[in-house]
Design a protein around this ligand. Structure first.
Ligand code: FAD
Ligand code: NAI
Length: 469
């Protein structure tokens, strides 16, 4: 076995790990980054954010061509679906992006090693190389960035054909007639939207009384109404008690979450999207005594330190939202801390976006959280139906909602449901990061005609002085 010496070994080349490796190398450390997947980019680039966004965009174009363009006087006689080409586009997006990460690692002189890493002790990482053989890496620091993996339900076996996770749902060979989605969260609604637009009947079974239960209640109610209008069927407050497969169909038994009469639903594909769990198997944490929390995540302090000196952890494998940009932020901050600088992540200012049509975006507190914390706050809301650009684009569904503090006028939370919500939320994330007041947004010139004017109007509305509503 060959032995190599590094300052830092990063385990996992997802958005957390590869960004951390590059930042540490920029700061002068000799860095190796190990990933067993082969291609770098982690869940995000290979089977997560990017392939799902490629399919969301493509299926949105198909939906627009079918139903959205006639109102603008654009006539299309025959719209056809070429699923193979659509999947080919998605695969090219993935390979271009993972190739880009390889290039960036090389450019920054990070050694990228394809293989499965196991901690032998706090300063030794054994790698079973994908191409065969082993390497032993000696290092001063280790950063664990091994991400997360699909969670399933007891008794439900994911075969990635009839019962699929998000990974299988990204590569179905044909459009299902009927897809049942278990879990009305982010993955279920994004992938459910893709297949619904491409022609599948989609039924979402959600255990809680509303979809995306963590979101601001007003937003999630409107979101559900809009998706239902698009043709998705929702069964909320419902639990799945059995999933039975035959060669040609899957039958689910569902019943009210609080108990009651059972019902059978027959479909050809089931998507299980009930959350993800931290990926720690095979890492050898037991060899070094790294402590996990009650949900199996690696326990860290505010500086990403585990209980073992020299071993750090970031991204989906530790607490906090499972988001690519949160993993990146932590990766950069952790690399800076290891290199002797002051890295920091502001968890109050991390946006979350659901890339459906319309998109849903949020940053900071929900109304429910502010009420629970007894905060004295104002609500400023502005509908896109009163925004001139949204009218011109015939994209008037949704609203901007800003929550501001009645004592300081600072923005505490913002929630947008609308066509470009994912881009629009950036201004409000910056507002929270910089402690900006709603009045500052209201005083800032916003170009006309843009959807961003709805943000300014919502800021004005926190002081009951919106102009166009
Ligand atoms: P990961 O990206 O999971 O990377 C961890 C890597 O570690 C993996 O490549 C794995 O192979 C490797 N690894 C694990 N164990 C070992 C080992 N022992 N040795 C070597 N390598 C190992 N987030 C967003 O912000 N926006 C989105 O639009 C979005 N869309 C998503 C869509 C889907 C379908 C899914 C599933 C997720 C999506 N996410 C999205 C979440 C996002 O992908 C994750 O939050 C993000 O990838 C976490 O980054 P990470 O670096 O912590 O871990
Ligand atoms: P999720 O946590 O978003 O949603 C899971 C849903 O399943 C919840 O609504 C929950 O109430 C429900 N549920 C749980 N158990 C259930 C049961 N037994 N029966 C019925 N419903 C049940 O998890 P999801 O959608 O699997 O996504 C995993 C992670 O991936 C998320 O945490 C998210 O952060 C990340 N992700 C982010 C995306 C984005 O940023 N656009 C896109 C896709 C994933």
């Amino acid at each position: 076995m060959s032995e190599d010496k590094f300052d830092l070994v990063v385990i996992g080349a997802g958005p957390g790990g590869y960004v951390a490796a590059i930042r540490a190398a920029q700061l002068g450390l000799n860095v190796a980054c190990v990933d067993k997947r082969g291609e770098p980019g982690g869940t995000c680039l290979n089977v997560g954010c990017m392939p799902s966004k490629a399919l969301l965009h493509a299926s949105e174009l198909y939906e627009e061509a079918n139903h959205g363009m006639a109102q603008f006087g654009v006539k299309i006689d025959k719209v056809g679906l070429d699923l193979k080409t659509m999947m080919g586009h998605k695969e090219k997006v993935v390979s271009d992006l993972t190739g880009g990460v390889r290039f960036l690692l090389k450019k920054n002189k990070v050694e990228y090693i394809e293989g499965a890493a196991t901690l032998k002790d706090a300063t030794t990482v054994d790698v079973a190389l994908n191409k065969g053989g082993e390497r032993q890496l000696k290092t001063q620091y280790v950063m664990i960035a091994t991400g997360s993996e699909v969670a399933s339900l007891p008794g439900v076996e994911i075969d990635e054909k009839q019962v699929v996770s998000s990974t299988g749902a990204l590569s179905l060979p044909k459009v299902p007639k009927h897809m049942v989605v278990i879990g009305g969260g982010v993955i279920g609604l994004e992938m459910g939207s893709v297949w619904s637009r491409l022609g599948a009947e989609v039924t979402v079974v959600e255990f809680m009384d509303r979809i995306t239960p963590e979101m601001d209640g007003e937003v999630s109610k409107q979101f559900q109404r809009i998706l239902a209008k698009q043709g998705i069927t929702f069964k909320t407050s419902t639990k799945v008690t059995e999933v039975k497969k035959t060669k040609t169909a899957v039958t689910l038994t569902v019943e009210p979450a609080k108990g009651g009469d059972a019902e059978k639903i027959k479909c050809d594909v089931v998507l299980v999207s009930v959350g993800r769990k931290p990926h720690t198997a095979g890492l050898g944490l037991e060899n070094v005594g790294v402590v996990l929390d009650e949900r199996g995540r690696i326990e860290t302090d505010a500086h990403f330190r585990t209980n073992v000196a020299g071993i750090y952890a970031i991204g989906d494998v530790i607490k906090g939202p499972m988001l690519a940009h949160k993993a990146e932020d932590e990766g950069m901050a952790c690399a800076e801390i290891i290199a002797g600088y002051a890295g920091h992540v502001n968890y109050d200012a991390i946006p979350g976006v659901i890339y459906t049509m319309p998109e849903v975006a949020a940053v900071g507190k929900t109304e429910e959280q502010l009420k629970a914390d007894n905060v004295d706050y104002s609500v400023g809301k502005f509908p896109f139906s009163a925004n001139s650009r949204a009218k011109a684009n015939a994209a008037t569904e949704g609203f901007v909602k800003i929550l501001s503090c009645n004592k300081t006028d600072k923005v505490l939370g913002a929630h947008i449901i609308g066509a470009n919500a994912g881009n629009m939320i950036a201004e409000l994330a910056l507002a929270i990061e910089c402690g900006i007041a709603a009045e500052d947004i209201a005083l800032t010139s916003h170009a006309h005609p843009t959807e961003m004017e709805a943000v300014r109007e919502a800021a004005l509305a926190t002081d009951k002085r919106a102009i166009h509503a």
